[in-house]
Write a protein that binds this ligand. Structure first.
Ligand code: KG4
Ligand code: ZN
Length: 343
């Protein structure tokens, strides 16, 4: 049995997890409060805070797993994509422990980790092949997954990621950072019939997304309706959420039809959105496809998904030093090595 300890520090969550075929521990600190005053993530502050948090989180995770450092066989860390300074903290910490314990060090692709997060569902892990919709603050993409590590990009956003559009729209509505969950909460009280916003690229056959025009449409609507009363803000939030959900669900349906796959895996921070989850469930039921959604805690950034991915890649060639890739195409990955080279 191989025990993997993993560190996530790509953006504004510091997290440590232990996985050995089952998740043994997970400790997380969110920097939300730190960045709230600035209305978005400040990279330098994020990196400094990761540095402060990572050692106590390592202690917490090891204690939760009932393990000491020497029980760890492999170190894994998020090597990218992400903020360079933030990534370096996790990379340097993992490299330090790996050197001290003389253990291999496995770099993990953050979006692959999101994509594999539904595998943490012990009762019903998704089997390959499947289509994956990855929707986070930095990415919106549809990926054809023949097997773990064999990824074909079907389409991605031409401009803003959907999470970014949620965050920017939330700030137009004067909601605090991070905007996505706040906007979703406000939309609960909104009337879906009052405003209709555009559905960019929805009716085109290609699987690309575009969300920046939608954000502009919200800005124009806010200007037209100013001054905004509470009901109007909720109605605009609801119209925005409805438009995003409609586009995402339609593209998923198209992707399933174009690839002939019968499973859909959805991951990344925006997959925590309740209305999106309900609409995807209804669309997959109607299409006769299986839907796999990670529990909300593993939709947003966490180390459990990094530990799982590191465990799957435990026989890969280890990283040397503090290897990071702030930009790292998912399609450049290869399938994990299945067996140790010198078994
Ligand atoms: O995957 P994630 O935690 O971090 C990145 O790798 O980017 O995704 C964060 C994004 C943010 O844009 C956040 O606003 C969005 O996910 N998000 C949501 C919800 N929860 C998080 N968007 C809509 N509804 C939610 N409930
Ligand atoms: Zn993420």
């Amino acid at each position: 049995m191989t025990t993997v300890l993993a560190i996530e520090s790509s953006c504004d969550e510091t997290a440590v997890a232990v996985y050995d075929g089952r998740l043994r521990a997970h400790a997380l600190h969110s920097q939300t409060a730190l960045h709230a005053a600035y209305g978005g993530v400040v990279p330098e502050l994020a990196a400094r805070d990761h540095l402060m948090r990572v050692t106590p989180l390592l202690d917490t995770a090891l204690a939760e797993a009932g393990m000491g450092p020497r029980d760890i066989d492999v170190l894994a860390y998020t090597a990218g994509p992400g903020l360079a300074g933030a990534l370096l903290v996790g990379a340097a910490t993992a490299a330090g422990i790996a050197t001290a314990l003389q253990r291999p060090l496995i770099p993990v692709h953050h979006m692959e980790a999101h994509l594999l997060a539904p595998m943490l569902d012990e009762a019903d892990p998704p089997e390959s092949p499947f289509v994956a919709l990855l929707v986070s603050g930095g990415h919106s993409m549809l990926v054809d997954v023949a097997a773990p590590g064999a990824y074909r990009l079907l389409g991605e956003s031409l401009d803003d990621a959907v999470g970014e559009a949620f965050d920017k729209t939330a700030s137009l509505l004067d909601l605090p950072y991070p905007g996505g969950p706040e906007l979703a909460r406000l939309a609960e009280d909104g009337d879906p019939a009052r405003f209709t916003l555009p559905r960019p690229l929805r009716d085109r056959p290609e699987l690309a997304f575009s969300f920046s025009g939608l954000k502009t449409a919200v800005r124009l609507l806010c200007e037209k309706q100013a001054p905004l009363d509470a009901a109007t803000r909720a109605d605009i939030a609801r119209a925005f959420e409805e438009a995003c959900v409609d586009v995402l669900v339609t593209k998923c349906r198209q992707a399933l039809m174009q690839t002939g796959r019968e499973r859909l895996v959805v991951a990344g921070g925006v997959s925590a959105n309740k209305r999106l989850r309900q609409a995807l469930r209804a669309a997959c039921d109607a299409h006769g496809a299986r839907l796999h959604l990670p529990p909300p805690a593993y939709c947003t950034d966490n180390a459990a998904m990094v530990a799982y991915t590191g465990w799957l890649r435990r026989f890969d060639a280890p990283a040397s030093g503090t290897d990071i890739h702030p930009r790292w195409p998912l399609e450049s990955l290869a399938p994990p090595i299945a067996e140790p080279l010198h078994a």
